[in-house]
Design a protein around this ligand. Structure first.
Ligand SMILES: *Cc1c(COP(=O)(O)O)cnc(C)c1O
Length: 245
């Protein structure tokens, strides 16, 4: 356990350092970037070790696995849980009840279910809208791969703002897998430009958060304006895929 804490702490501090230099490089304040440690398919011991190592925000992809961890670590104060994976509609209640932020809202139908369940538990669920900026068929999110499609997004997104128990606070993206971190840059930039466009067209809404960047490319994401980076393997190591469902 001690050596696990030690190695996670080293990698966690290294990631914070990388974030700080990427922020400096682009004239940003490192305080504007929050590091989400992705613990999907990692055992509880790894999460406990990461808490011990100083991590405070965790990202999970599977609702039930996430809720199990949230409940097991309930005694840990100051720990925050984010849902970062695609949410199936039958898992909407779990997400609405247990998570501090949903990064991956990808449809109106899901939004309506989350809104209803959030209302039932008397809470407001903060959410980010997921955009597919690479145009890949297999990726979730509203299609924003081409700037010519951006205007058509507005009427599609408008009904989301009527949902009283959701609070939209930004955008999220997962670019196509590249060979080098630089391959992601244009997708991150596109997402930042989309945020600027949405902020101009829907100025009443809050577009502050930009969730982008994984182990492969988080430094580039910070240079392009990320406020949340989602880093798994580079901090907690390879995933135990047997846990995945
Ligand atoms: C798994 C996952 C990550 C983290 O990926 P790593 O390569 O382990 O850093 C980030 N974002 C999403 C949406 C993921 O599913």
């Amino acid at each position: 356990m001690l050596s696990l804490v030690h190695s996670i702490r080293e990698r966690y501090l290294f990631a914070l350092d990388q974030i700080a230099s990427a922020a400096r490089k682009s004239g940003r304040d490192a305080d504007q970037v929050r590091l989400v440690v992705v613990t999907k398919s990692q055992p509880l011991e790894a999460v406990r070790a990461a808490v011990e190592a100083g991590a405070r925000i965790f990202g999970e992809n599977y609702a039930e696995e996430g809720v199990m961890k949230i409940q097991s670590l309930a005694a840990q104060t100051g720990v925050e849980w984010h849902m970062i994976g695609h949410v199936q509609s039958r898992k909407a209640r779990l997400v609405a009840e247990h998570f501090a932020l949903l990064h991956s809202l990808d449809s109106l139908k899901l939004a309506q279910r989350l809104d209803r369940f959030a209302a039932e538990s008397s809470r407001t669920l903060p959410v980010l809208l997921e955009f597919n900026v690479g145009g890949e068929e297999t990726k979730s999110g509203w299609d924003a791969s081409d700037e010519s499609k951006w205007d058509a997004l507005l009427p599609e997104l408008a009904p989301l703002f009527d949902l009283q128990n959701l609070r939209i606070c930004g955008l999220m993206t997962m670019p196509p897998l590249g060979n080098t971190p630089e391959d992601s840059r244009r997708f991150f930039r596109r997402t930042r430009l989309l945020r600027e466009r949405l902020a101009t067209q829907l100025p009443g809404a809050d577009w502050r958060e930009l969730s982008m960047g994984t182990s492969a490319d988080y430094a580039v994401a910070v240079e392009e304006g990320a406020t949340l980076v989602r880093v798994g393997t580079a901090i907690v190591g390879e995933r135990n895929y047997e846990l995945e469902k």
